[in-house]
Design a protein. Structure first.
Length: 165
């Protein structure tokens, strides 16, 4: 149940390569695989705060996603080397606000903002984070304090028509 060391700036980095199975009929990475890459990066940040598979299996505690918002900035293509930077923007007793950016080199390809909930697998209900998990989140937030918060965090999806169509 040992956590992985926290990077000095708090950003957890994850890498992946676009494989043929991830391509769609448009010749670029399908939206489902953007989500898959972000999810792999979620597992990496969880390891940093102590939410490892060993911890989950021994305690029956995990997290579940409550909400997610993905933006697609640029296409990813076969063979692209991808990097996900994962941050924790905030955490309370049961929830964590996660923000991720997906890059190819220095090009931002996509973002994902999500809300995770601490979850007891036996009761199938929310439960407070155990103290050492809450401390892991606190340490990540503190380490990332110097990184500017992107202006688009928290935005909603809507159509605001300026003129009737």
């Amino acid at each position: 149940m040992h956590a992985v060391d926290l990077p000095p700036n708090g950003l957890v980095l994850t890498h992946a390569t676009v494989v043929p199975e991830w391509l769609d009929y448009n010749g670029h990475m399908n939206v489902a695989y953007y989500t898959q890459v972000f999810d792999l990066a979620v597992d990496a940040y969880k390891a940093v705060i102590g939410l490892t598979l060993e911890y989950i299996e021994s305690t029956g505690r995990s997290t579940v996603a409550l909400e997610s918002h993905v933006t697609y900035q640029q296409e990813a293509h076969l063979g692209d080397e991808l990097r996900v930077e994962t941050r924790v923007l905030g955490c309370d007793g049961k929830r964590a606000h996660i923000y991720q950016e997906l890059y190819r080199d220095s090009t931002l390809l996509a973002t994902q903002e999500s809300l995770a909930l601490s979850f007891d697998k036996a009761t199938r209900r929310s439960a407070p984070f155990e103290p050492h998990i809450a401390e892991g989140y606190r340490r990540m937030v503190e380490a990332q304090a110097g990184i500017p918060r992107p202006a688009w965090v928290g935005r909603a999806i809507s159509l605001t028509a300026k003129k009737p169509m």
